[in-house]
Design a protein. Sequence first.
Length: 68
Amino acid sequence: MKEMTLDVTGMTCGHCKSSVEGALKELDGVSNVDVNLDTGKVDVKYDEAKVSADAMREAVEDQGYDVA
Ligand SMILES: [Cu+2]
């Protein structure tokens, strides 16, 4: 299990938070998502054998947010 932090911009409210959380949790291999709205930091625990950092980035971008 690996951990990484995504820097997400454009999240402003609880709805944004749940969109991002939901999109990441839907990915096979992602086991935990922790979104901090104030900082835009999204901590993700994931299985690197099942999901790549790029796939997670894309999932967030598909929701309309930017990942640094
Ligand atoms: Cu929002």
